[in-house]
Design a protein around this ligand. Structure first.
Ligand code: ATP
Ligand code: MG
Ligand code: MG
Ligand code: MG
Length: 469
Protein backbone atom coordinates (compact mmCIF):
# COMPACT_ATOMS: atom_id res chain seq x y z
CA UNK A 1 0.00 0.00 0.00
CA UNK A 2 1.20 3.53 -0.75
CA UNK A 3 1.05 5.61 2.40
CA UNK A 4 -0.08 9.23 2.39
CA UNK A 5 3.57 10.19 2.81
CA UNK A 6 4.52 8.05 -0.23
CA UNK A 7 1.82 9.69 -2.35
CA UNK A 8 2.92 13.22 -1.49
CA UNK A 9 6.49 12.28 -2.41
CA UNK A 10 5.43 10.60 -5.60
CA UNK A 11 3.48 13.66 -6.74
CA UNK A 12 6.37 16.04 -6.11
CA UNK A 13 8.86 13.65 -7.74
CA UNK A 14 6.69 13.30 -10.82
CA UNK A 15 6.61 17.03 -11.41
CA UNK A 16 10.26 17.50 -10.46
CA UNK A 17 11.12 14.99 -13.16
CA UNK A 18 9.20 17.25 -15.59
CA UNK A 19 11.42 20.17 -14.60
CA UNK A 20 9.28 21.72 -11.83
CA UNK A 21 10.93 23.37 -8.84
CA UNK A 22 9.82 21.70 -5.59
CA UNK A 23 8.70 24.56 -3.35
CA UNK A 24 8.13 23.85 0.36
CA UNK A 25 4.72 24.65 1.82
CA UNK A 26 4.27 28.22 3.03
CA UNK A 27 3.09 28.77 6.60
CA UNK A 28 -0.70 28.86 7.05
CA UNK A 29 -0.68 32.59 7.69
CA UNK A 30 -0.33 34.34 4.34
CA UNK A 31 2.58 36.77 4.19
CA UNK A 32 1.35 38.45 1.03
CA UNK A 33 -2.29 39.07 1.83
CA UNK A 34 -3.42 40.70 5.08
CA UNK A 35 -7.08 40.23 4.18
CA UNK A 36 -6.90 36.45 3.98
CA UNK A 37 -7.23 34.59 7.24
CA UNK A 38 -5.41 31.39 6.31
CA UNK A 39 -3.89 29.96 3.16
CA UNK A 40 -6.72 28.02 1.57
CA UNK A 41 -5.22 26.89 -1.75
CA UNK A 42 -1.87 25.90 -3.20
CA UNK A 43 -1.67 28.92 -5.48
CA UNK A 44 -1.97 31.57 -2.77
CA UNK A 45 1.80 31.83 -2.11
CA UNK A 46 2.30 32.31 -5.88
CA UNK A 47 -0.39 34.94 -6.30
CA UNK A 48 2.00 37.82 -6.99
CA UNK A 49 3.84 35.77 -9.58
CA UNK A 50 0.61 35.04 -11.44
CA UNK A 51 -0.34 38.73 -11.49
CA UNK A 52 3.16 39.73 -12.58
CA UNK A 53 3.79 41.80 -9.44
CA UNK A 54 6.73 39.54 -8.52
CA UNK A 55 9.27 37.76 -10.68
CA UNK A 56 9.83 34.06 -10.13
CA UNK A 57 13.25 32.43 -10.38
CA UNK A 58 11.60 29.38 -11.98
CA UNK A 59 8.87 29.10 -14.61
CA UNK A 60 7.25 25.94 -13.24
CA UNK A 61 6.80 24.75 -9.66
CA UNK A 62 5.20 22.04 -7.57
CA UNK A 63 4.21 21.97 -3.89
CA UNK A 64 2.18 20.33 -1.20
CA UNK A 65 0.62 23.31 0.50
CA UNK A 66 -0.91 23.31 3.98
CA UNK A 67 -4.44 24.69 3.75
CA UNK A 68 -7.12 25.58 6.29
CA UNK A 69 -10.75 26.12 5.30
CA UNK A 70 -12.49 26.95 8.53
CA UNK A 71 -13.60 30.56 8.24
CA UNK A 72 -14.55 33.25 5.76
CA UNK A 73 -15.80 32.13 2.38
CA UNK A 74 -14.09 28.77 2.21
CA UNK A 75 -15.54 27.23 5.33
CA UNK A 76 -15.68 23.46 5.51
CA UNK A 77 -15.88 23.29 9.32
CA UNK A 78 -19.50 22.15 9.40
CA UNK A 79 -18.78 19.35 6.93
CA UNK A 80 -16.14 17.72 9.08
CA UNK A 81 -17.23 14.47 10.66
CA UNK A 82 -20.22 14.26 8.36
CA UNK A 83 -18.86 14.01 4.80
CA UNK A 84 -16.24 11.54 3.61
CA UNK A 85 -14.13 14.19 1.92
CA UNK A 86 -13.83 17.42 3.91
CA UNK A 87 -11.23 18.53 6.42
CA UNK A 88 -10.55 21.84 8.08
CA UNK A 89 -6.82 21.27 7.53
CA UNK A 90 -5.66 19.44 4.42
CA UNK A 91 -2.79 19.37 1.98
CA UNK A 92 -3.23 20.63 -1.54
CA UNK A 93 -0.82 19.14 -4.05
CA UNK A 94 -0.23 21.34 -7.04
CA UNK A 95 1.75 22.02 -10.17
CA UNK A 96 2.09 25.53 -11.52
CA UNK A 97 3.16 27.06 -14.80
CA UNK A 98 3.99 30.74 -14.79
CA UNK A 99 3.57 31.52 -18.47
CA UNK A 100 5.37 28.30 -19.39
CA UNK A 101 3.22 25.33 -20.53
CA UNK A 102 -0.54 25.53 -20.89
CA UNK A 103 -3.69 23.44 -21.28
CA UNK A 104 -2.43 20.55 -23.37
CA UNK A 105 0.58 19.76 -21.22
CA UNK A 106 -1.38 20.30 -18.00
CA UNK A 107 -4.05 17.81 -19.04
CA UNK A 108 -1.48 15.40 -20.39
CA UNK A 109 0.53 15.43 -17.14
CA UNK A 110 -2.53 15.07 -14.95
CA UNK A 111 -3.83 12.11 -16.89
CA UNK A 112 -0.40 10.51 -17.17
CA UNK A 113 0.26 10.77 -13.43
CA UNK A 114 -3.04 9.43 -12.15
CA UNK A 115 -3.76 6.73 -14.71
CA UNK A 116 -0.31 5.54 -15.74
CA UNK A 117 1.98 6.23 -12.77
CA UNK A 118 -0.60 5.68 -10.10
CA UNK A 119 -2.74 3.18 -11.94
CA UNK A 120 -6.11 4.73 -11.16
CA UNK A 121 -8.66 3.15 -13.49
CA UNK A 122 -9.77 5.53 -16.27
CA UNK A 123 -13.21 3.89 -16.11
CA UNK A 124 -13.73 5.49 -12.72
CA UNK A 125 -12.91 9.00 -13.86
CA UNK A 126 -15.21 11.77 -15.04
CA UNK A 127 -14.07 15.29 -15.85
CA UNK A 128 -15.81 18.63 -16.16
CA UNK A 129 -15.00 21.56 -18.42
CA UNK A 130 -16.40 25.10 -18.57
CA UNK A 131 -19.34 25.01 -20.96
CA UNK A 132 -17.69 27.01 -23.73
CA UNK A 133 -14.19 25.58 -23.37
CA UNK A 134 -14.19 23.44 -26.53
CA UNK A 135 -10.41 23.34 -26.45
CA UNK A 136 -10.37 21.54 -23.08
CA UNK A 137 -13.20 19.25 -24.19
CA UNK A 138 -11.25 18.21 -27.29
CA UNK A 139 -8.02 17.77 -25.35
CA UNK A 140 -9.66 15.46 -22.81
CA UNK A 141 -11.04 13.44 -25.70
CA UNK A 142 -7.72 13.27 -27.46
CA UNK A 143 -5.43 12.72 -24.46
CA UNK A 144 -7.62 10.65 -22.17
CA UNK A 145 -9.87 9.06 -24.76
CA UNK A 146 -12.86 9.74 -22.50
CA UNK A 147 -16.32 9.26 -24.05
CA UNK A 148 -18.34 12.47 -24.53
CA UNK A 149 -20.70 11.69 -21.65
CA UNK A 150 -17.82 11.66 -19.17
CA UNK A 151 -16.61 15.13 -20.19
CA UNK A 152 -19.34 17.20 -18.61
CA UNK A 153 -19.85 20.81 -19.61
CA UNK A 154 -20.64 23.03 -16.61
CA UNK A 155 -21.92 26.56 -17.08
CA UNK A 156 -21.57 27.80 -13.49
CA UNK A 157 -18.64 29.51 -11.80
CA UNK A 158 -17.68 26.08 -10.43
CA UNK A 159 -15.71 25.86 -13.66
CA UNK A 160 -14.63 29.43 -14.10
CA UNK A 161 -11.93 30.69 -11.79
CA UNK A 162 -10.95 34.26 -11.08
CA UNK A 163 -8.62 35.83 -8.58
CA UNK A 164 -10.88 38.79 -7.90
CA UNK A 165 -12.87 41.40 -9.80
CA UNK A 166 -9.81 42.06 -11.93
CA UNK A 167 -6.68 40.07 -12.74
CA UNK A 168 -5.98 36.63 -14.15
CA UNK A 169 -8.93 34.31 -14.70
CA UNK A 170 -10.02 31.43 -16.86
CA UNK A 171 -11.94 28.20 -17.21
CA UNK A 172 -11.13 25.11 -15.17
CA UNK A 173 -11.53 21.36 -15.33
CA UNK A 174 -12.27 19.20 -12.33
CA UNK A 175 -11.43 15.50 -12.19
CA UNK A 176 -13.85 13.27 -10.26
CA UNK A 177 -13.43 9.71 -9.05
CA UNK A 178 -16.50 7.47 -8.91
CA UNK A 179 -16.39 5.50 -5.66
CA UNK A 180 -19.22 3.27 -6.85
CA UNK A 181 -22.96 2.82 -7.00
CA UNK A 182 -23.24 1.74 -3.39
CA UNK A 183 -22.50 5.30 -2.26
CA UNK A 184 -25.20 7.97 -2.46
CA UNK A 185 -24.50 10.88 -4.80
CA UNK A 186 -24.66 11.81 -8.47
CA UNK A 187 -22.17 12.95 -11.12
CA UNK A 188 -21.01 16.58 -11.27
CA UNK A 189 -23.73 18.88 -12.50
CA UNK A 190 -26.55 16.59 -11.31
CA UNK A 191 -28.92 17.55 -8.49
CA UNK A 192 -27.25 15.22 -5.98
CA UNK A 193 -23.66 16.05 -6.89
CA UNK A 194 -22.90 16.93 -3.26
CA UNK A 195 -23.05 13.28 -2.22
CA UNK A 196 -19.84 11.36 -1.66
CA UNK A 197 -20.05 9.02 -4.65
CA UNK A 198 -18.29 11.23 -7.21
CA UNK A 199 -15.45 12.91 -5.35
CA UNK A 200 -13.52 15.78 -6.87
CA UNK A 201 -9.87 14.90 -6.61
CA UNK A 202 -8.14 17.47 -8.80
CA UNK A 203 -8.87 20.92 -10.14
CA UNK A 204 -6.96 22.26 -13.15
CA UNK A 205 -7.20 26.00 -13.67
CA UNK A 206 -6.39 27.45 -17.08
CA UNK A 207 -5.52 31.12 -16.53
CA UNK A 208 -5.91 32.51 -20.01
CA UNK A 209 -7.53 35.94 -19.61
CA UNK A 210 -6.80 39.18 -17.88
CA UNK A 211 -9.94 40.82 -16.54
CA UNK A 212 -9.21 44.54 -16.68
CA UNK A 213 -12.56 45.85 -15.59
CA UNK A 214 -16.20 45.04 -16.08
CA UNK A 215 -16.73 43.70 -19.58
CA UNK A 216 -13.07 44.30 -20.44
CA UNK A 217 -11.30 40.97 -20.76
CA UNK A 218 -8.24 40.31 -22.92
CA UNK A 219 -6.17 37.22 -23.63
CA UNK A 220 -3.09 36.88 -21.46
CA UNK A 221 0.02 36.96 -23.65
CA UNK A 222 1.41 34.03 -21.65
CA UNK A 223 -1.33 31.91 -20.13
CA UNK A 224 -0.60 30.05 -16.88
CA UNK A 225 -1.58 26.88 -15.06
CA UNK A 226 -2.61 26.38 -11.45
CA UNK A 227 -3.77 23.00 -10.18
CA UNK A 228 -4.93 21.71 -6.81
CA UNK A 229 -5.36 18.11 -5.71
CA UNK A 230 -6.50 17.05 -2.26
CA UNK A 231 -3.81 14.71 -0.90
CA UNK A 232 -6.17 12.95 1.51
CA UNK A 233 -8.79 12.44 -1.20
CA UNK A 234 -6.39 10.91 -3.66
CA UNK A 235 -4.89 8.79 -0.86
CA UNK A 236 -8.36 7.37 -0.24
CA UNK A 237 -8.64 6.43 -3.91
CA UNK A 238 -5.19 4.86 -4.00
CA UNK A 239 -5.64 2.99 -0.76
CA UNK A 240 -8.92 1.54 -2.02
CA UNK A 241 -11.12 3.14 0.62
CA UNK A 242 -14.04 5.40 -0.05
CA UNK A 243 -13.60 7.66 2.90
CA UNK A 244 -10.76 10.12 3.66
CA UNK A 245 -11.03 9.14 7.31
CA UNK A 246 -10.09 5.55 6.44
CA UNK A 247 -6.66 6.40 5.02
CA UNK A 248 -3.53 5.35 6.93
CA UNK A 249 -2.97 8.77 8.50
CA UNK A 250 -6.50 9.13 9.91
CA UNK A 251 -6.76 5.47 10.88
CA UNK A 252 -3.72 5.98 13.12
CA UNK A 253 -5.13 9.14 14.73
CA UNK A 254 -8.57 7.62 15.23
CA UNK A 255 -7.10 4.44 16.70
CA UNK A 256 -5.31 6.66 19.19
CA UNK A 257 -8.43 8.54 20.29
CA UNK A 258 -10.22 5.19 20.49
CA UNK A 259 -7.61 3.69 22.76
CA UNK A 260 -7.16 6.79 24.92
CA UNK A 261 -10.91 7.03 25.55
CA UNK A 262 -11.50 3.28 25.58
CA UNK A 263 -14.35 3.70 23.12
CA UNK A 264 -15.41 2.09 19.86
CA UNK A 265 -14.58 4.25 16.86
CA UNK A 266 -17.60 3.24 14.80
CA UNK A 267 -21.36 3.68 15.07
CA UNK A 268 -22.56 6.61 17.16
CA UNK A 269 -19.00 7.57 18.04
CA UNK A 270 -17.75 7.83 14.49
CA UNK A 271 -18.36 11.53 13.95
CA UNK A 272 -16.74 12.41 17.30
CA UNK A 273 -13.54 10.53 16.51
CA UNK A 274 -13.38 12.11 13.07
CA UNK A 275 -13.89 15.61 14.40
CA UNK A 276 -11.20 15.04 17.04
CA UNK A 277 -8.68 13.70 14.51
CA UNK A 278 -9.35 16.44 12.00
CA UNK A 279 -9.35 19.26 14.51
CA UNK A 280 -6.21 17.95 16.19
CA UNK A 281 -4.39 18.34 12.90
CA UNK A 282 -5.74 21.82 12.22
CA UNK A 283 -5.02 22.98 15.77
CA UNK A 284 -1.51 21.58 15.84
CA UNK A 285 -0.51 23.02 12.48
CA UNK A 286 -1.97 26.42 13.38
CA UNK A 287 -0.07 26.54 16.67
CA UNK A 288 3.11 25.41 14.88
CA UNK A 289 2.66 28.36 12.51
CA UNK A 290 2.29 30.83 15.35
CA UNK A 291 -1.45 31.09 16.02
CA UNK A 292 -2.60 30.87 19.66
CA UNK A 293 -6.18 30.58 20.87
CA UNK A 294 -7.76 33.94 21.63
CA UNK A 295 -11.08 35.71 21.39
CA UNK A 296 -10.55 37.42 18.08
CA UNK A 297 -9.35 37.03 14.52
CA UNK A 298 -7.26 34.00 13.66
CA UNK A 299 -6.93 33.01 17.31
CA UNK A 300 -10.69 32.72 17.65
CA UNK A 301 -10.94 30.45 14.63
CA UNK A 302 -8.35 28.25 16.34
CA UNK A 303 -10.23 28.35 19.63
CA UNK A 304 -13.45 27.36 17.86
CA UNK A 305 -11.74 24.40 16.24
CA UNK A 306 -10.16 23.29 19.52
CA UNK A 307 -13.31 23.61 21.63
CA UNK A 308 -15.43 21.88 19.05
CA UNK A 309 -13.13 18.86 19.27
CA UNK A 310 -13.03 19.10 23.06
CA UNK A 311 -16.80 18.79 23.30
CA UNK A 312 -16.55 15.59 21.27
CA UNK A 313 -13.84 14.30 23.63
CA UNK A 314 -16.22 15.01 26.52
CA UNK A 315 -19.00 13.26 24.63
CA UNK A 316 -16.83 10.15 24.36
CA UNK A 317 -16.52 10.23 28.13
CA UNK A 318 -12.91 11.41 28.35
CA UNK A 319 -12.40 12.06 32.06
CA UNK A 320 -9.33 14.24 31.53
CA UNK A 321 -8.00 16.47 28.79
CA UNK A 322 -7.43 14.31 25.75
CA UNK A 323 -6.16 16.29 22.79
CA UNK A 324 -2.62 17.00 24.01
CA UNK A 325 -2.04 13.28 24.43
CA UNK A 326 -2.58 12.70 20.72
CA UNK A 327 0.06 15.12 19.42
CA UNK A 328 2.76 12.44 19.47
CA UNK A 329 0.73 10.30 17.05
CA UNK A 330 0.36 13.24 14.73
CA UNK A 331 4.04 14.10 14.71
CA UNK A 332 4.74 10.40 14.14
CA UNK A 333 2.57 10.48 11.02
CA UNK A 334 3.46 13.91 9.67
CA UNK A 335 6.60 15.15 11.41
CA UNK A 336 8.96 13.99 8.66
CA UNK A 337 7.17 16.00 6.01
CA UNK A 338 6.57 18.95 8.34
CA UNK A 339 9.45 19.29 10.84
CA UNK A 340 7.81 22.42 12.29
CA UNK A 341 5.40 20.04 14.03
CA UNK A 342 8.24 18.35 15.86
CA UNK A 343 9.85 21.65 16.75
CA UNK A 344 6.59 22.99 18.12
CA UNK A 345 5.41 19.79 19.81
CA UNK A 346 5.92 21.02 23.40
CA UNK A 347 4.11 24.29 22.63
CA UNK A 348 1.27 22.48 20.87
CA UNK A 349 0.83 20.09 23.80
CA UNK A 350 0.92 22.84 26.35
CA UNK A 351 -1.54 25.00 24.40
CA UNK A 352 -3.99 22.14 23.94
CA UNK A 353 -3.74 21.10 27.58
CA UNK A 354 -4.30 24.62 28.86
CA UNK A 355 -7.25 25.25 26.54
CA UNK A 356 -8.90 21.93 27.36
CA UNK A 357 -8.33 22.32 31.10
CA UNK A 358 -9.91 25.78 31.04
CA UNK A 359 -12.77 24.80 28.83
CA UNK A 360 -13.66 21.71 30.83
CA UNK A 361 -14.44 23.95 33.80
CA UNK A 362 -17.45 25.39 32.01
CA UNK A 363 -18.15 22.75 29.37
CA UNK A 364 -20.11 20.33 31.58
CA UNK A 365 -22.24 23.11 33.07
CA UNK A 366 -22.91 24.61 29.65
CA UNK A 367 -24.01 21.24 28.33
CA UNK A 368 -26.29 20.78 31.36
CA UNK A 369 -27.92 24.11 30.60
CA UNK A 370 -28.25 23.17 26.96
CA UNK A 371 -29.85 19.82 27.83
CA UNK A 372 -32.32 21.53 30.12
CA UNK A 373 -33.22 24.03 27.40
CA UNK A 374 -33.96 21.39 24.82
CA UNK A 375 -35.91 18.78 26.80
CA UNK A 376 -39.17 20.06 25.42
CA UNK A 377 -37.95 20.64 21.91
CA UNK A 378 -38.73 18.37 18.96
CA UNK A 379 -37.13 17.66 15.61
CA UNK A 380 -36.65 20.79 13.50
CA UNK A 381 -37.09 23.18 16.45
CA UNK A 382 -34.69 26.07 16.93
CA UNK A 383 -32.79 27.08 20.06
CA UNK A 384 -33.39 30.75 20.91
CA UNK A 385 -30.49 33.03 19.99
CA UNK A 386 -30.37 34.42 23.50
CA UNK A 387 -29.63 30.95 24.90
CA UNK A 388 -26.90 30.35 22.34
CA UNK A 389 -25.45 33.70 23.33
CA UNK A 390 -25.54 32.84 27.01
CA UNK A 391 -23.66 29.63 26.23
CA UNK A 392 -21.12 31.71 24.34
CA UNK A 393 -20.79 34.45 26.87
CA UNK A 394 -20.93 32.53 30.14
CA UNK A 395 -19.70 29.07 29.21
CA UNK A 396 -17.30 29.82 26.34
CA UNK A 397 -19.26 27.90 23.69
CA UNK A 398 -18.43 29.16 20.21
CA UNK A 399 -21.62 29.46 18.15
CA UNK A 400 -20.74 26.58 15.84
CA UNK A 401 -20.09 24.28 18.81
CA UNK A 402 -23.68 24.79 19.97
CA UNK A 403 -24.87 24.22 16.43
CA UNK A 404 -22.80 21.04 16.19
CA UNK A 405 -24.13 19.82 19.56
CA UNK A 406 -27.74 20.24 18.39
CA UNK A 407 -27.15 18.77 14.97
CA UNK A 408 -27.20 15.19 16.26
CA UNK A 409 -30.68 15.88 17.67
CA UNK A 410 -31.90 17.54 14.46
CA UNK A 411 -32.33 20.88 16.19
CA UNK A 412 -31.23 24.26 14.88
CA UNK A 413 -30.06 27.54 16.39
CA UNK A 414 -31.51 31.00 15.81
CA UNK A 415 -28.50 32.68 14.26
CA UNK A 416 -30.16 36.06 13.88
CA UNK A 417 -31.08 36.12 17.55
CA UNK A 418 -27.55 35.16 18.48
CA UNK A 419 -26.08 37.93 16.31
CA UNK A 420 -28.50 40.43 17.79
CA UNK A 421 -27.53 39.51 21.35
CA UNK A 422 -23.87 39.75 20.39
CA UNK A 423 -24.35 43.15 18.74
CA UNK A 424 -26.18 44.45 21.82
CA UNK A 425 -23.39 43.33 24.09
CA UNK A 426 -20.77 44.94 21.86
CA UNK A 427 -22.70 48.20 21.76
CA UNK A 428 -22.94 48.18 25.54
CA UNK A 429 -19.21 47.50 25.84
CA UNK A 430 -18.43 50.29 23.38
CA UNK A 431 -20.60 52.73 25.30
CA UNK A 432 -18.77 51.84 28.50
CA UNK A 433 -15.34 52.13 26.88
CA UNK A 434 -13.55 55.30 27.87
CA UNK A 435 -10.18 54.49 26.31
CA UNK A 436 -8.30 55.99 23.40
CA UNK A 437 -10.61 54.62 20.73
CA UNK A 438 -7.79 52.54 19.32
CA UNK A 439 -8.89 49.20 18.11
CA UNK A 440 -6.95 46.51 16.33
CA UNK A 441 -8.16 46.93 12.78
CA UNK A 442 -7.76 43.31 11.83
CA UNK A 443 -10.14 42.33 14.59
CA UNK A 444 -12.82 44.47 13.04
CA UNK A 445 -11.98 43.21 9.59
CA UNK A 446 -12.15 39.53 10.49
CA UNK A 447 -15.31 40.15 12.44
CA UNK A 448 -16.95 41.49 9.31
CA UNK A 449 -15.34 38.90 7.08
CA UNK A 450 -16.64 36.09 9.28
CA UNK A 451 -20.18 37.34 9.01
CA UNK A 452 -20.37 38.67 5.49
CA UNK A 453 -17.75 36.69 3.62
CA UNK A 454 -14.76 38.81 2.82
CA UNK A 455 -13.45 40.05 -0.50
CA UNK A 456 -10.51 37.76 0.04
CA UNK A 457 -9.07 35.59 -2.66
CA UNK A 458 -11.63 32.84 -2.90
CA UNK A 459 -9.76 29.80 -4.14
CA UNK A 460 -11.06 28.13 -7.22
CA UNK A 461 -14.45 29.72 -7.43
CA UNK A 462 -15.57 33.28 -7.27
CA UNK A 463 -19.22 33.33 -6.33
CA UNK A 464 -20.28 32.85 -2.75
CA UNK A 465 -22.30 29.70 -2.46
CA UNK A 466 -21.48 28.38 -5.88
CA UNK A 467 -19.07 25.51 -6.00
CA UNK A 468 -17.63 26.36 -2.65
CA UNK A 469 -19.48 23.86 -0.57
P1 ATP B 1 -15.47 20.43 -3.09
O1 ATP B 1 -16.35 20.88 -4.24
O2 ATP B 1 -15.38 18.95 -2.95
O3 ATP B 1 -15.79 21.12 -1.80
P2 ATP B 1 -13.64 22.44 -3.99
O4 ATP B 1 -14.05 22.62 -5.43
O5 ATP B 1 -14.15 23.41 -3.00
O6 ATP B 1 -13.96 20.92 -3.49
P3 ATP B 1 -11.01 23.38 -4.72
O7 ATP B 1 -11.16 24.75 -4.20
O8 ATP B 1 -11.13 23.14 -6.17
O9 ATP B 1 -12.04 22.42 -3.92
O10 ATP B 1 -9.64 22.77 -4.16
C1 ATP B 1 -8.78 21.92 -4.94
C2 ATP B 1 -8.79 20.50 -4.39
O11 ATP B 1 -8.53 20.48 -2.98
C3 ATP B 1 -10.13 19.80 -4.55
O12 ATP B 1 -10.22 19.22 -5.84
C4 ATP B 1 -10.07 18.75 -3.45
O13 ATP B 1 -9.38 17.60 -3.90
C5 ATP B 1 -9.26 19.42 -2.36
N1 ATP B 1 -10.11 19.97 -1.27
C6 ATP B 1 -10.86 21.10 -1.30
N2 ATP B 1 -11.46 21.34 -0.11
C7 ATP B 1 -11.08 20.32 0.71
C8 ATP B 1 -11.35 20.00 2.07
N3 ATP B 1 -12.11 20.77 2.84
N4 ATP B 1 -10.78 18.88 2.59
C9 ATP B 1 -9.98 18.09 1.83
N5 ATP B 1 -9.70 18.34 0.53
C10 ATP B 1 -10.22 19.44 -0.03
MG1 MG C 1 -12.78 22.58 -7.28
MG1 MG D 1 -15.77 21.65 -6.34
MG1 MG E 1 -15.41 23.20 -1.44
Amino acid sequence: MQTTNDIRRSFLDYFAAQGHEIVPSSPLIPYNDPTLMFINAGMVPFKNIFTGAEKSPYSTATSSQKCVRAGGKHNDLDNVGYTARHHTFFEMLGNFSFGDYFKEQAIHQAWDLITRNWGISPDRLTVTVYHDDDEAFDLWKKIAGLPDERIIRIATDDNFWSMGDTGPCGPCSEIFYDHGEHIPGGPPGSPDEDGDRFVEIWNLVFMQYDQRGEGDRVDLPKPSIDTGMGLERVAAVMQGVHDNYDIDLFKALIAESGSLTGTATTGDNQASHRVIADHLRASSFLVADGVLPSNEGRGYVLRRIMRRAMRHAHLLGAADPLMHRMVGSLTGEMGNAFPELIRAQPLIEETLLREETNFRQTLANGLKLLDAEIVDMGEGDVLPGATAFKLYDTYGFPYDLTEDALRAKSLGVDREGFDKAMAEQKAAARAAWKGSGDQASDTVWFDIAEREGSTEFTGYTSEEGEGVV
